[in-house]
Design a protein. Structure first.
Length: 443
């Protein structure tokens, strides 16, 4: 079965290569559109992680072709749309993959003011997906001037556009700085967008802005706004309503236990709603809901216990094993918070958390590696035969890959774990110690 899987995987990557090569040979826009449609099918398979497919497209240098198409190299609007859709799919990948789409951002921002409604919609989604990745990329697209044309689209009579813009803006504001927040408040207070502000999405984005600081969160809790948010949500709620609602709840739960003691009792039914969201077909909703769950699990045992009893842990573990990187990243943070309970920790190890945990260490994402190292350390310290379990899963080799990150704190932490639990005879860390620490940009 494993052989067959390997063959299927190779066939898929070979098919992508053939589609790219055929695209480059074609001169007919319609034929080229067909090739791009084939690529999107490979990028959109629900039961497969698209990371390898995305990497293949990147390694073939095809992101540059797609960027040129979106930027106006073609006279075919259909070809431009298919290229934008491909780039949008790539922008949902891991940090390194998303970063390759950045050269297309000026074209996406320009499309926001264009006349092609479908391209405009794809551009909003692409910018929202890029903004969701990290502060570094959010800062770049704001400096490129994305906020102003997005604000103008709040005047649109198209409800889908308004909701999508609100979702994109909420991604740009995630964990960002006060300059962006203040600018966005001015945008949302611009005369003439009452239509957007009066619908539920617009209201939620305003609330989201307020929840970005402790004082604002305190006022929201005092006004019992969390209860209003939950009461407005149901299974069939639009994505553009659910996302800012989850983000707002996540923000409010991230401050302190005192807030949470007041907030959680207001949110009757929150766990039932989150249980739907963590299994939702929309990846953004999965990601945001896991973040909310993680913030609850980070609180005292009295907060974490209902989440654990509600059956979230197996779902989170399944995400860690099978979902795409951005979801795995949120899941590992949530599971680390839950694993403060020794019973949960031992059950996680028994159910196979170690291999996917070690695989995340090999991905060059500093924050994720830091979380995984602390998680592995907890297993080594508190699980019976933890060192043997980690070693059998390839733990020593995984820890040794940390030295490739060239981050001294992480490198030292991983090296100390190897020395402490497997002896100083494993001395690759000492042999390869970097002379000078290398500073990398924030992830």
């Amino acid at each position: 079965a494993q052989n067959a899987t390997s063959i299927d995987h190779k066939s898929k990557l070979d098919a992508i290569t053939k589609l790219v090569e055929a695209f480059r040979k074609e001169t007919s826009p319609q034929s080229q559109c067909n090739k791009l449609e084939g690529l999107i099918q490979h990028l959109s398979m629900e039961d497969e992680d698209p990371d390898d497919a995305i990497d293949k497209i990147i390694n073939l240098g095809f992101v540059k072709d797609l960027t040129e198409l979106v930027s106006g190299r073609t006279q075919s609007s259909d070809l431009q749309l298919w290229a934008a859709w491909c780039l949008n799919n790539i922008a949902t990948g891991n940090h390194a993959q998303t970063k390759t789409v950045m050269p297309a951002c000026p074209a996406f921002i320009q499309a926001l003011s264009g006349t092609n409604a479908k391209l405009k919609e794809y551009a909003i989604f692409a910018l929202g997906n890029i903004a969701e990745d990290c502060l570094e990329l959010r800062t770049i697209i704001v400096k490129m001037g994305a906020l102003d044309p997005l604000a103008k689209l709040l005047h649109s009579k198209d409800k889908v556009i308004v909701r999508t813009v609100c979702w994109a803006v909420s991604n740009i504001l995630k964990g960002t700085n006060n300059e962006f927040i203040l600018k966005s408040k001015r945008i949302l207070e611009t005369p003439g967008i009452e239509r957007a502000r009066n619908n539920l999405t617009g209201v939620l984005v305003n609330v989201l802005l307020t929840s970005h600081n402790e004082e604002g969160t305190g006022k929201l809790i005092e006004a019992k706004f969390p209860a209003r948010i939950i009461s407005a949500l149901y299974k069939e709620s639009p994505v553009a309503v659910i996302l800012p609602a989850l983000r707002t709840l996540g923000n409010m739960l991230a401050y302190n236990d005192k807030f949470n003691e007041q907030l959680l009792p207001m949110c009757k039914g929150i766990l039932e709603f989150l249980a739907l969201c963590v299994k939702h077909e929309h990846r953004g909703i999965q990601k945001e809901s896991i973040w909310v769950v993680s913030n609850i699990l980070a609180g005292p045992p009295s907060h974490a216990k209902p989440v654990i009893q509600a059956g979230f842990i197996p779902v989170l573990l399944n995400h860690l094993k099978k979902s795409q990187f951005d979801i795995k990243r949120e899941a590992v943070h949530a599971l680390k918070n839950a694993s403060r309970d020794d019973k949960v920790l031992n059950q996680l190890v028994k159910n196979g958390i170690v291999p996917p945990l070690l695989s995340l260490i090999r991905i060059q994402d500093i924050d994720t590696i830091r979380t995984c190292l602390h998680f592995v350390e907890r297993i080594l310290e508190r699980v019976k035969n933890g060192a043997s379990i980690v070693e059998e899963a390839g733990g020593i080799e995984a820890l040794e890959t940390v030295q490739m990150i060239q981050n001294r704190d992480l490198w030292t932490h991983a090296g100390d774990l190897v020395d402490k639990y497997w002896g100083e005879d494993v001395d690759d860390f000492k042999e390869n110690e970097p002379v000078e620490p290398v500073e990398y940009p924030p992830w």
